[in-house]
Design a protein around this ligand. Sequence first.
Ligand SMILES: O=C(O)CCC(=O)C(=O)O
Ligand SMILES: [Fe+2]
Length: 310
Amino acid sequence: MALLESGSIEDRQKVIKQIGDACEEWGFFQVLNHGMPLDLLNKGFANSHEFFNLPLEEKLKCKHPKGSLPIPAGFMNDMISKGVPDAKEMMFIYSETSFGARFNLWPEKPANFRLDVGSEIVNAATKTGLHMLGLVSESLGLPNEHLPALANAKPRSDMFYFLYYPATPDNPNAVGSTKHTDGNILTILAIDNQMPGLQIWRGEKWLPVTPVKGAIIINVGDVLQVWSNDKYKSVTHRVVNSPTKPRFSIPLLLGPGHDFVIEPLVEFINEDHPPAFKPFIYKDYLLARFKNKNNTSKDAPEISIDYCRV
Ligand SMILES: O=C(O)CCC(=O)C(=O)O
Ligand SMILES: [Fe+2]
């Protein structure tokens, strides 16, 4: 991304085209010189290590009672997919401008968690995410501000996860995040120490994403797939645990307005490309996905964006 600031107009166009090609072809890409200060990311991971290393009783102090919320906030260690527990723990935070901010639960330890994470880091990551969305907007031939403006309908639905995938020496096949697509617009993902484990589904097999030092990973979510009328792909991915090393990651799921109607944008509809999706209210989709995730039955159907197809 350094070329965006310092390069020629042609350099800038080259970077924008690379972003567009990656969104179309892979749904995932990595970015260097992304503008998210590395010291803030380090501070985020320092807080994450300290929090997840606390005794379980301490972490459970910021867990919402089951069923008390439409969508969870705070600590979670009992996520389950099709009857199999996810081998991970999570601290789930809504950004200050999100509809869910009032549900946040903050740990007492680490002492600075709320200040460091809740304000400074979340705000910087949101800014980086909106900046990336502006470039994605350009890559679709739209003005830079177009998609960020659509994303900005209040109240927002951004979600911020702190994820911890423990080492699983007794289970070499442990899966911390089971296969899914992201339901939001764009995900901005930081991975501590370039730990492997993230895989994307491509060509009928799992391909590893190998994190580059200092890079953040960006991936297309379902909403961007709908807005672009299937041009950009929200790609299925998962995370497998390591038998020897714990893994820490921090994704920001940049979402649209909670009450916003999502549908293919007119710019991507023409005779050859009629609307591929029916309009839907974002929160309805979000809630359906969460309910589905909490359905512990092995035969639960998977709610994906395909449910919204015409
Ligand atoms: O931990 C990761 O690297 C990715 C997690 C993920 O895919 C998600 O939370 O949606
Ligand atoms: Fe994901």
